[in-house]
Design a protein around this ligand. Sequence first.
Ligand SMILES: [Zn+2]
Length: 293
Amino acid sequence: MIQDIYPRIYHNEYRDTKPAENDFILIFHKNTVLVRFQNEKLRYPTLKETCDFFCEYYYLFSIDQYNYFLAKSRQIVSPTANAEPAITLNGYHYENISIFRTAFSRHTAFAGITAHHLSNWYQTNQFCGCCGHSMVPDHRERMLLCPKCHNMVYPRISPAVIIGIINGDKILMSKYAGRSYTNYALIAGFTEIGESAEQTVMREVMEEVGLKVKNIRYYKSQPWGFSGSLLMGFFCDLDGSDKIILDKNELAEAGWFRREEIDLEDDQLSLTREMIMTFKECRLSYESLPQKN
Ligand SMILES: [Zn+2]
């Protein structure tokens, strides 16, 4: 999956530090990122290459000995949100963040999408939600502080579930309505305030396909910066009728698929795809365990 960058090591401990000339600088504009390609590899600009265009940087994280920073650009504080990107660097261009889903080196893609998650958080918390004053970064931890009313804001992560619903030798796969991602996926949804992840599973399945499920069991989790989420994967069994009642606002289609009918390959990126492949290749170890009803 996208976060599996071994043997490289991701360090997210907060450090109050400034960039050195060879540190990487992430520059976003809406859903695009400034990059170039070098020997078919994705590259981010270094501080040296940004030519003092920016006056402030946020330390993000390190991967091995390489440090990544977010440029606090004039664009980020611009009130003209629809303006075209004004920041250009020699040899670099803006690419949609979906570039991180394509097969470049895993750690570069993971760095990019994780930086994008943090960038969104900084961008949408420039002002205090209590009093409207400008927020300032804290120096001890990753937190934004209002110097006027002392409101503290921590990075926001939205928990969400991915659900593999199993019906004997079949799994339910669906396609989203109105999204650019058009492959088959699993039922998914954000956890609402006041519910457990298991309750999210039951509610989302009922809302999106009108089915009841049982034997909900946790599989794996994944940070997913595309939607600012922590995804939690669950498998569960159909409980009762297999008749699908589709929520057409959310889904374009949904259906039951036998293993041999699943025409997908592992993309090495998403928890959704890994769960589908785990079912297809009979790697669900607890399928053979006795289950309570
Ligand atoms: Zn305030």
